[in-house]
Design a protein around this ligand. Sequence first.
Ligand code: SAH
Ligand code: SF4
Length: 393
Amino acid sequence: MTQAAPITQDVVTIPRKLTDGPVNLVGLTREGLREVLIAHGTPERQAKMRVGQIWQWIYQWGVRDFAAMTNLAKSYRAELAGRFVIEIPEVVTKQVSSDGTRKYLVRIAGGHEVEVVYIPEEDRGTLCISSQVGCTLTCSFCHTGTQKLVRNLTAAEIVGQIMVARDDLGEWPEPGAPKDETRLLSNIVLMGMGEPLYNFENVRDAMKIAMDPEGIQMSRRRITLSTSGVVPEIARTAQEIGCLLAVSFHATTDAVRDRLVPINKRWNIAALLEALRAYPKLSNSERITFEYVMLDGVNDSDADARRLVQLIQGIPAKINLIPFNEWPGAPYKRSSNNRIRAFADIIYKAGYASPIRTPRGEDIMAACGQLKSATERARKSRREIAAEAGLGD
Ligand code: SAH
Ligand code: SF4
């Protein structure tokens, strides 16, 4: 193994309880919720039932006001209101693209902001959520990777992004109403800002909450976690979350991948493929999605396509080709449509699905890799970006 990829930025994990103020119930697992209720005076023998009731109010009906929890005694509701809050990130701005994509800028503790993108399609509605403010990794084609300030999101802030979108889409059912099977928000992708496997516990807890059958009820097969290749956490993802996996592959030789996805210097292509081979069985899921960003003259040759097919042999896979989304100062260009089609063709002929991802919400800078809160002023210079891409002076 080669040397660890340098990680130059500081990551801060905000503790669940920042101050002595009221505790936020959002983001606690069932067990966590039980513990805080007991610690604040709920008798132990009642705790399980209370957890079930409060859980349903928060995650099934989207209720944020304890006073509305009508199956709890009035005095108990007042006690809860005195000790706890039900808080999700605050929406600062919402932009709607001409193609219907919605981008929310939400504010979290510390004044940070993250972006959440909702993408409506004919047969589904996908919410792209973030796991960190910024990202400690510095993939040279990714706008998020140029943001210096990084902090892990809490489980509340992660599941809170789903709740924000459900609020905006008006998707909380009326208590007592018949179950509506048509969901505007049917899929989740952890493909926003940040590396989800560098914030494993919070991502896991948030996804467990989202999958809980008495709450938001997302199916684990409709949640896709995208990683740049944090190899030691891949088996854990299968075992503890069990969602679908996407991997930011992007290159077919270590020399090129080192440049594009610097975590490759720590866990190279061979190590990554070994972990990926084990994933479908461990998680009992179908295919792994290989994401491959098409960069003009960098990773898009026919030889690359053929090598890619060889490398992934034996892994049930779909290859998602992502036309590079440009951002100000980006050191790459998008491959031409003809090049992308020729590349897709080679993969398709080898027997793999090779959809080309249509950029969505480009007019509002909502496409993959473009997310970066404008308020985070700490930016790298063009020179630093070029140097990291190996194009330096
Ligand atoms: N950190 C995780 C998840 C977030 S990125 C990861 O890297 O997998 C989601 C996807 O968008 C990744 O495949 C990423 O490589 C890709 N991406 C980043 N910047 C991009 C850009 N400018 N154009 C197209 N895709 C990009
Ligand atoms: Fe981080 Fe993913 Fe962007 Fe790489 S592509 S810098 S891992 S968010």
